[in-house]
Design a protein around this ligand. Sequence first.
Ligand SMILES: [Zn+2]
Length: 324
Amino acid sequence: MFYSGEQLKKVFLKAKKERFGIIASNVVFDAQIRGILQGYEAQKSDGLLQMSSGAVKYAAGTTKNMETGAKVISALIKILAAQYNNSGVGLHIDHATPNYFDFVVYCIENDLVSSVMIDASKEDFAENIRISSEVVKVAHKYGVLVEGEIGYIKGTEDEIVSDDELYTQPEEALEYVKKTNVDLFAASVGTNHGVTKGAKVKLRLDLIKEIDELLIKNNLERGIVLHGASGLTAKQQTDAIKNGVVKINKDTHYQMDFAREVQAYWEKEKDSIKKPDNVSEDDYTPDKKRFDPRKWVIKSELAIQQSVEELVQITGSANNSILL
Ligand SMILES: [Zn+2]
């Protein structure tokens, strides 16, 4: 089923209390959405789907109208998720920078999303607090959750590019949460956006733990979000969860699944759309069965489902839906 912000809040509270992680999956189009929802349902796991500013522009077509794109993605998820009773998902806006403030408000007011991320981490600290608080004010009126960010996460994700990494300071995290009242926050703890592999990532578990303990000590316990988690090893992910991480973002992982399956199919079937030299144009009848998009897109879709099933088993959210 599709979760409101209030239901999603219960998902994160349960996850934090029982120390498992919710996989937040970036989506753009229907095949990915189907694969991901099927994966959550098969494993009786709750989850989150998220759309970046680039994703909503793409979903609208060449107009790049963000409101249209968000309505398309939200409707697709709501309709498809309504088929399932053993798992629920919310929809989240990923990395909305301050210039997308009006878009975020539009999505909240039109009941398109269950949570939003305001990423004002490139602003100075006081300004980050001011903008994040503004978003929280609007979102909480509608029961929508808010994720904020302090420190920068290195790498490229969609429209967000950062060449530097700036680790989140625990004292700043405390002040930020206290002043903004965000529900979740993204900490910069060593992961990179993109495809950096686990072995090369120096994941600062000590920092995650320090931030989590400081917030708990001040009665401000929150879920910590791990961005750029596609390349992490299973152990790195479970260690992060044990230390306070509750939301793990995945984007690149599914993009690779999709591309790999398409490539494998067309490697094998490339002659199906090529006229043999000894046949004339008039006599050439290509075999439609071999290039019908449903035939090969489904392979990517099922590979994504498989990935979700493996991921939710690693993070422990399998068989832990609040609906069970
Ligand atoms: Zn991110």
